[in-house]
Ligand binder design. Structure first.
Ligand code: NOJ
Length: 562
């Protein structure tokens, strides 16, 4: 396994709109982030992934970019951004930027030109088609409800938008588009950034005929014709050749619908595409027919998915590890217990995140154990995906309470309520009215409280990050071997260096105590092993081959070396 700085790093994701406001307009901004750099340094993270800060009309909170080389006015100026980069670098941290190039905003100059006429030199920057029998060119649905096509009066054709109607898809089959994107990437890299997180990068290549999707709905999910499409790998290899390979950077692709085998193609070192991808299998664990059809998840499936990725990429590529982000519910509400055992379960999940093989990604507020939110009315929600779904399902006759329950479990605004810095009005996030309501629990759950409490989730994250650095050979690079695979309540595995350190990680995923017993033949070295870290006060004389795990308990044990 080759070593690399990005394998040994911990990444912290910032959603700027909700991180820290500095000017009282209720919207987080770059000067706000700068004022919190010491906090990030105290936490100990190595890399910041900044969600989009580019000029945007904010139909999808910055994922609809109208100018790739300008900073969104609400967030500050380019000079602010440069101060941010310097502030991170001078503290020994790196910065990766969000690259959103599957689509632009419909207010981007390319699209404004493109829509003017069929002969525009920019026409072929996007995907335009004639309608069929007075309807859309095909039956694909948008990720944000309704058709993936929008009719444009100007020229009487439709354009493709896999996301909102204000996010037209770029035509990657046009070499001029690819050139523009590569030049723009190099422009940012030359400013000194340390890499990219690439938004839905496996959707850039569509099957040219754009065939109808299967299914019996009015609009159907056409993923098979645009996820990992025919040219996706060619384009990424080209991007790597033209741009990425010229810099010492890290790249992570957001890739819905990839399997470990497909992922290996994106991340295999000899192929030269990306360093890592975000897999979605775990995020789909509680989805039935689509994400809003929420089903209970089972630990056996959770473990099977994680192990499949751990072993599936071992020796072939590198995993990214995340349990939530700005599109997902809060991990403690989803996989832990955000009531009685909030602290224990948040720490247990953090232990998992930091001791698997791969690069951990912490989403802002996760280190405080921030939870999902339940707003009383749909009017308090801001997310376009949530609002479109609400309307569509209500029109389809689904009871409102059902829809709200889906939003409470899965809505993206769960992750987008502002950072909870302290117990003052608006949680120290803003002196004004926040753009989205605070989670009312900010009076108890906040950074100020967490930093003062030695036993907080925040300090536990610090310890985990330190632990990874002190045990790089085993925690970062060691082999992953799951044990007790069939157990319904415990997730346990070892991290092994041949002829070197051996660690045992045991996690109780439930609120009841459970007996842990190492299977015969595994880990005599753990008898008399040393507790490196746990989320409960240490107890004398525990036999690590057979002991009781307390509710949501996590332990990391180092085996005795011979
Ligand atoms: C994935 C991003 O994470 C999400 O927030 C966004 O809405 C879509 N891609 C479209 O850009």
């Amino acid at each position: 396994m080759t070593k690399a700085w990005w394998k040994e790093s911990v990444v912290y994701q910032i959603y700027p709109r909700s991180f820290q406001d500095s000017n009282g307009d209720g919207i987080g901004d770059i000067p706000g982030i700068i004022s919190r750099l010491d906090y990030l340094q105290e936490l100990g993270v190595d890399v910041v992934w900044l969600c989009p800060v580019f000029e945007s009309p904010n139909d999808d909170n910055g994922y609809d970019i109208s100018h790739y080389r300008r900073i969104m006015k609400e967030f500050g100026t380019m000079a602010d951004w440069e101060r941010l980069l310097d502030g991170l670098h001078s503290r020994g941290m790196k910065l990766i930027m969000d690259l959103v190039v599957n689509h632009t905003s419909d207010e981007h100059a390319w699209f404004e030109e493109s829509r003017l006429s069929k002969n525009s030199p920019y026409r072929d920057y996007y995907i335009w088609r004639d309608g069929q029998n007075g309807r859309e060119p095909n039956n694909w649905s948008s990720f944000f409800s309704g058709s993936a096509w929008k009719y444009d009066e100007e020229t009487g054709q439709y354009f493709l938008h896999l996301f909102s109607g204000k996010q037209p898809d770029l035509n990657w089959d046009n070499p001029r588009v690819r050139r523009e994107v590569y030049d723009m990437m190099a422009w940012w890299l030359d400013k000194g950034i340390d890499g990219f997180r690439m938004d839905v990068i496996n959707l850039i290549s569509k099957v040219p005929e754009l065939p109808d999707a299967h299914g019996d709905g009015w609009y159907n999910f056409g993923g098979e014709f645009f996820m990992n499409g025919p040219k996706a790998h060619d384009y990424l290899r080209e991007m790597n050749r033209e741009v990425l390979s010229r810099y010492d950077i890290m790249t992570v692709g957001e890739t819905p619908g990839v399997t470990p085998d497909e992922a290996a193609k994106y991340v295999s070192e000899h192929r030269g595409e990306l360093n890592m991808v975000f897999q979605f299998e775990l995020m789909d664990i509680d989805s039935g027919y689509g994400k809003w059809d929420v089903r209970p998840w089972r630990l056996r499936d959770f473990k099977r998915i994680m192990s499949k990725w751990q072993t599936g990429l071992a020796g072939r590529g590198w995993n990214s590890l995340y349990l939530n982000n700005h599109d997902q519910p809060r991990l403690v509400s989803r996989f832990g217990d955000d009531g009685r055992y909030r602290k224990q379960s948040a720490k247990m999940l953090a232990t998992l995140l930091h001791t698997l093989q791969g690069t951990p990604y912490i989403y802002q507020g996760e280190e405080l154990g921030m939870t999902n939110v339940r707003f009383g009315s749909i009017h308090e929600y801001k997310d376009i995906e949530t609002l479109n779904m609400y309307r569509e399902h209500l029109d389809g006759g689904r009871p409102e309470q059902d829809i709200m329950n889906g939003i409470y479990s899965k809505g993206r605004d769960n992750a987008r309520t502002p950072m909870q810095w302290d117990a003052s009005a608006s949680g120290g996030f803003s002196t004004g009215q926040p753009w989205i309501s605070m989670n009312p629990n900010y009076t108890e759950i906040n950074a100020e409280e967490a930093r003062l409490d030695e036993d907080s989730i925040f300090h536990y994250y610090r310890k985990l990050i330190r632990l990874r650095k002190e045990h790089t050979d085993s925690i970062v690079y060691g082999r992953y071997e799951e044990i007790l695979e069939q157990h319904e309540q415990i997730y346990a595995y070892t991290r092994v260096v041949d002829d070197g350190e051996k660690l045992l990680v045991a996690l109780n995923f439930y609120g009841e105590p459970v007996e842990f017993k190492l299977p015969d033949g595994v880990g005599a070295e753990f008898e008399g092993g040393e507790l490196l870290l746990g989320n409960y006060p240490a107890e004398e004389g525990r036999d690590w081959r057979s002991f009781t795990l307390r509710p949501y308990e996590a332990v990391v044990i180092r085996g005795q070396s011979n």
